[in-house]
Design a protein around this ligand. Structure first.
Ligand code: SAH
Length: 462
């Protein structure tokens, strides 16, 4: 950051501007919105400047700027649009020790004026350090459109009401009141004179409201790419008091949680250290009983190998309300990355989701059916079970050249794809040394057009 945005107090402040043409006018239009006293030095001022002087909105001196004019000035603008005159203003500013802006000249300026979205007292400054004025204008236009014109009015009334709102306990209840004011009740106030009274009514409602009951949302975080979150998942993260998440959740997704939310990692690794399930159940229930909006964030879809039912039963037993927000499961993200379908007319009319290991160890399945031609299965938690799966399938008659694709970190920037056959699977996996979450797709090779995403090791391994 070469320029640091700050908000400068304009109370009892003098700003000096040298220039009387188009550039001077553009800057003055902005400066006139402030409380500062503005002194313009211009031998030939534009008619608007003369008019503003007549309305006492600024003072106009019809001669060039002199050193003594800069005494007590906080800022000076060189806006003559003439390099030699601007250089002279710059020299004076340096001598007087006043911060200088040379219009359209980033290099010689001490400060620059951002694009401003003005909903006084709410102001948004947009700066691109001169890199992209078009982008700054587009951002400004976008924000102008999005922010209600009366936002400034609501903020001013809100400010005068802050003390009264302190009657609500700090934290969620007070936040809820303000959110209600700015986004629901406030915009509906039609008559400005009623604003205070309406705000008082709203406060009374909130003061009388019984403590909101806690609630648990079991939310699917998808395979890792934040863009694969559902809108509902985003909303849940946006309003959560507590987010209890697995280790597989990517940091970019945790970033989206409300800034004040408590984040609890109850990481569970396939074979590694983990928080016991009963402790997780207890944690969820405990926070909900304290009235928190709890998001239990699970990778992929919460209903797929997520031990969801145990957590739901714990909620039911404690009388805590809950709901499920589905997510994109790893199988969907993995087939998408290799351009294949989970089911295909004429090939497989059903698909299985299997786990490579369960609580007892390697999981047993209907290997005889799985070993038949054209079967498609998504094997979760299968890396360590690869040799076991291979052995069972071959034993039940699967052909050694059955296609197997392993997708590591599907949808994430470090995604890797390994395309191999059943006979090569354990060796190929050992060579690839995947250390991220990986899904095995039995019966599928990547579509040729997706060759780009293939692991370079494939050539050696094939
Ligand atoms: N509920 C999750 C699955 C949890 S079990 C879902 O619906 O996706 C954990 C297993 O999911 C991992 O061992 C791995 O096999 C798979 N997995 C999760 N995220 C993955 C990803 N981004 N890429 C590949 N596999 C993933």
């Amino acid at each position: 950051m070469k320029h640091f945005p700050i908000y400068l107090s304009m109370t009892d402040t003098r700003i000096v501007l040298s220039g009387g043409g188009a550039a001077a006018l553009a800057k003055l239009r902005l400066l006139l919105k402030t409380e500062a006293q503005i002194d313009v030095y211009a031998p030939t001022p534009a008619p608007e400047i003369v008019q503003w002087a007549e309305q006492s909105r600024l003072t106009l001196v019809s001669r060039p700027l002199m050193l003594e004019d800069l005494t007590n000035a906080k800022l000076v603008y060189a806006a003559d649009e003439d390099p030699s005159v601007d250089a002279r203003t710059q020299a004076l500013a340096v001598k007087a020790g006043v911060l200088l802006n040379v219009v359209d000249n980033l290099k010689d300026s001490d400060f620059i004026t951002p694009a401003i979205v003005d909903r006084d007292p709410v102001t948004i400054a947009i700066g691109t350090e001169g890199a992209a004025p078009v982008l700054a204008r587009a951002l400004k236009a976008d924000l102008e459109e999005r922010l209600p014109p009366r936002l400034g009015f609501l903020a001013r009334i809100g400010k005068s009401f802050r003390k009264a709102a302190d009657a609500l306990p700090m934290g969620r209840r007070r936040r809820d009141f303000w959110a209600d004011y700015y986004f629901t009740a406030g915009p509906r106030i039609s008559n400005q004179d009623d604003a205070h009274e309406k705000l008082q009514e709203l406060l009374t409602q909130h003061l009388e409201a019984r403590d909101r009951a806690g609630h648990v949302q079991f939310v699917g975080a998808g395979p890792g790419d934040p863009e694969l979150l559902t809108l509902k998942a985003r909303k849940a993260l946006d309003t959560a008091d507590v987010v209890i998440h697995d280790r597989l959740i990517s940091p970019e997704i945790l970033e989206l949680a409300r800034r004040e939310a408590t984040l609890l990692d109850v990481g569970k690794h396939g074979f590694g250290p983990s928080t016991p399930q009963e402790d997780i159940d207890a944690l969820i229930v405990e926070h909900a009983q304290q009235g928190a909006q709890v998001v239990r964030l699970k990778s992929g879809d919460p209903t797929v190998f997520g031990r969801l039912d145990e957590e739901i039963e714990a909620c039911d037993a404690a009388g805590v309300s809950w709901s499920i927000v589905p997510g994109i499961t790893a199988a969907s993200a993995s087939v998408a990355s290799i351009g294949q379908s989970l089911t295909k007319r004429g090939r497989n009319g059903s698909v299985r989701f299997l786990t490579g290991h369960d609580m007892q160890g390697f999981a047993d399945h209907d290997w005889r059916t799985l070993a038949m031609p054209d079967q498609v299965a998504a094997i979760y938690m299968g890396k360590k079970a690869a040799r076991f799966v291979q052995g069972r399938l071959l034993m039940h008659g699967a052909t050694p050249d059955t296609a197997v694709t392993v997708v590591e970190s599907a949808s994430r920037s470090n995604q890797r794809v390994l395309s191999t056959t059943l006979s090569n699977l354990p060796n190929a996996l050992a060579t690839a040394a995947f250390d991220g979450p990986a899904l095995m797709l039995l019966g599928l090779h990547p579509r040729a057009a997706c060759a780009l995403v293939l692991d370079p090791m494939k050539q050696e391994l094939a």
